[in-house]
Ligand binder design. Structure first.
Ligand SMILES: [Zn+2]
Length: 371
């Protein structure tokens, strides 16, 4: 991924995870179901939602009819599925299975967590009891200087003041890890393009895509990372009949130890294909914007153009640019390629148009960009 995310340190929405944890550990050990199976602050939420109460009550009844071994197993699976950071970093860490055959109870547990995520998390009663809304959490997440989706670097998160927000992805997908559905260590804001199939979707990131029986390490979005290198190669030079050309992009880790993480990230998010496609779409516009910003008054020599492209590439790769400006990592890699590898005729073509009115005075619907 392009940069590690910062975690909102404390927030009211985190309390939903602790409330359900209380129910699974203390609540299921009580002989009778009642509001005391949940923390006192959560009781108004339970009172306001007969569906939630009914689901919890049914699980309690079935768990109490079972032996203590089953109640302990539920708690073990809960703990196991919520070790999100450890599970991502340590492929040898054992994943607890249910270990019992009561399919009805397992189905109801999954249904309870789905309900908590889809209904309770954004309910008025939980917002009041927890003290904050999910939108408030999203705004606080965005306040941490995180504007660009770090999983692709190509798209922006939704704006804070717009009426909508970016979706929260279940890093460990709900399909596979249902009991981590309302754990914010497992809920990660992500752009729509990354979140949906055929990108992340419901993929099980803890297992290799090539061999789903084998565990793998995967990025944990809030862990410190060393970064990636993006290498651009031109397969077909742009020309009048094919102005976008054809490009190939390779991503590698900055350190050997993170190489498996970068490979797995590419496999899940389809990064190299998306980067190659975006260069074809974006390069001509990036170059024209660059020439406009440079504001050359005389045609630059090719060595000057190469040097200026290299300087621009370094600026675009700075951490604050990666977080605030979509496409900056890829644009930086493309400019590095042009600075070091592009042929003289290709650069000469851009040098020729650098002082033209079409570059220097780009008309827009808002009027000319210079008086
Ligand atoms: Zn994205």
């Amino acid at each position: 991924m392009l940069y590690e995310l910062k975690y909102v340190s404390t927030h009211g929405v985190y309390k939903l995870h602790t409330a359900i944890g209380y129910f699974l550990s203390d609540g299921l050990n009580r002989t009778k179901f009642g509001e005391e199976c949940f923390p006192s602050w959560f009781r108004p939420v339970l009172s306001a939602s007969p569906s939630l109460r009914s689901k919890a009550s049914s699980i309690h009844r079935k768990a109490r009819r079972s032996n203590k071994g089953i109640r302990d197993a539920i708690h073990r699976v809960w703990i196991s599925q919520n070790q999100v950071q450890k599970l991502c970093s340590t492929p040898s860490l054992k994943l607890e299975d249910w270990g019992f055959k009561n399919e009805r109870l397992i189905k109801e547990l999954k249904g309870l967590f789905s309900y908590l995520y889809e209904n309770t998390l954004e309910s008025k009663s939980f917002e009041k009891a927890g003290g904050n809304s999910l939108k408030d959490h999203y705004n606080k997440f965005r306040n941490l200087d995180q504007r660009v989706c770090p999983f692709c670097g190509l798209c922006y998160y939704e704006d804070r003041e717009s009426k909508t927000r970016s979706a929260y992805d279940h890093w460990l997908a709900r399909t596979h890890y249902p009991l981590a559905a309302v754990n914010f260590q497992n809920l990660v804001p992500m752009c729509d393009s990354c979140n949906k199939r055929p990108r992340k979707g419901t993929k099980n990131i803890l297992f290799q895509s090539a061999d789903p029986s084998k565990r793998q390490s995967f990025y944990y979005p809030y862990n410190k990372i060393c970064g990636i290198k993006i290498e651009v190669t031109c397969l077909t030079k742009p020309n009048p009949s094919n102005p976008r050309g054809k490009w190939s992009v390779k991503t590698t880790a900055s350190t050997v130890v993170e190489e498996p993480l970068v490979k797995a990230w590419d496999a899940v998010f389809d990064i190299e294909t998306r980067f190659s496609a975006r260069i074809m779409e974006g390069l001509d516009g990036w170059m024209k914007d660059f020439l406009n910003v440079k504001d050359y008054r005389t045609t630059p020599t090719l060595p000057t153009l190469r040097e200026d492209l290299s300087t621009r590439a370094a600026w675009l790769a700075m951490p604050n640019q990666l977080k605030k400006r979509a496409e900056s990592a890829l644009e930086s890699a493309a400019f590095s390629y042009l600075a070091a590898e592009a042929s003289d005729p290709v650069l000469a073509g851009y040098a020729r148009i650098s002082t033209s009115p079409a570059i220097q005075e780009i008309p827009t619907v808002l009027g000319k960009n210079r008086n």
